[in-house]
Design a protein around this ligand. Structure first.
Ligand code: SF4
Length: 330
């Protein structure tokens, strides 16, 4: 067991700046026993920077399917034959009702997610603005939107309506991107994130792991996101959905999923790290270790096109670990 090596990696991350690329690549060489030792350290780092609070984020899929893009993991692309639901943008009342339901079960952040390249239709923008205004007035939730490759002007309008945060996944490392998406580029994804920052929004940028990328490419994505200076990172693990281009892949291995969480905590010690899609399928009964590996948040309730674990079970799991689900917005 390379205890000294692991101790020095933990000590670097405890300093707050995060480990360097060489150390990040070494994390990829740790065996299972060494990983369990590493998690004792990542647990301390999470505790130092985030304390016992576990944030719970919820989403509503406010517009589903019929997307012209070809993201290989996504059941909402019109290029694939899937049984994912298809519907246009929900009305304001439905979006606000979903936010209130999320608040009632303990979420502190609520995200409105739409399918499609971007939302740029005037009527749809007005619906979103009104929904954001009402959620801010009628709940204490932080409001986030995930709307694709948005322009700076449209993001500024949403910010003026009360939007707190913009979420956008870079999906995967730049060097792996064209194996997953061909209808837009990694540069387009980066520009959407920059637009959100320029509009004055907090930015949440994440990725999907287990799409055939190498460990070194996970490191590459982690450092790209570190350079973007975002304040939260949703980690998704691929669910290989029937009909999508990636349906033939297997779920990521349990220990590799935990290694990925700890890599991100070590590179980005102070960030909010949420574990989202694939949590139940990959981590199953061993979900408690995701907090030791370094996560301090989860996506609760249902996902975009698949069901999630009962929110009561999530809260019970968090409390049984001596951690505290956060009920108020930060
Ligand atoms: S991830 Fe978004 S942009 Fe890509 S196919 Fe799915 S809905 Fe469309």
């Amino acid at each position: 067991m390379r205890k000294e090596l692991i101790d020095s990696i933990i000590e670097t991350a405890m300093g707050g700046e995060g480990i360097d690329r060489e150390q990040a690549l070494l994390v990829g060489t740790l065996d299972r026993e060494e990983l369990l030792y590493l998690f004792q350290g990542t647990d301390r780092i999470r505790d130092k920077f985030k304390g016992p609070d576990v944030k719970i984020c919820s989403i509503v899929n406010a517009k589903s399917g019929k997307c012209p893009e070809d993201c290989g993991f996504c059941a909402q692309s019109s290029r694939f034959k899937t049984d994912s639901p298809e519907y246009g943008l929900l009305d304001v009342d439905k979006i606000v009702a979903a936010a209130k339901e999320a608040e009632a079960f303990g979420s502190n952040e609520f995200s409105i997610v739409t399918s499609g390249t971007a939302v740029d239709d005037r009527k749809e923008l007005d619906v979103l603005k009104e929904a954001i205004r009402r959620i801010k007035a009628e709940t204490s939730l932080e409001v986030c939107c995930s709307l694709g490759l948005m322009s700076l002007e449209n993001l500024k309008e949403l910010k003026a309506a009360g939007l707190d945060r913009f979420h956008h996944n870079l999906e995967t490392a730049a060097s792996h991107f064209d194996k997953i998406v061909t209808t837009h580029s990694y540069r387009d994804e980066m520009q959407a994130v920059r637009n959100a920052g320029e509009a004055g929004l907090k930015v949440c940028v994440g990725g999907i792991f287990g799409m055939g990328e190498t460990y070194a490419q996970r490191v590459e994505l982690a450092f790209d996101i570190r350079d973007m200076k975002t304040d939260s990172f949703p980690i998704n693990f691929l669910k290989p959905l029937p009909g999508t281009a990636l349906e033939h892949l297997d779920y990521l291995d349990y220990h590799e999923a935990l290694r990925t969480i700890s890599l991100l905590r070590l590179v980005l010690p102070a960030i909010d790290l949420f574990v989202c899609g694939g949590r139940e399928e990959i981590l199953g009964q061993g979900q408690d270790l995701l907090f030791a590996a370094g996560a301090n948040g989860i996506l609760g309730g249902n996902y975009l096109t698949t069901k999630g674990q009962d929110p009561k079970k999530d809260i019970e799991m968090i409390e049984n670990l001596g951690l505290r689900p956060v009920f108020q917005s930060a």
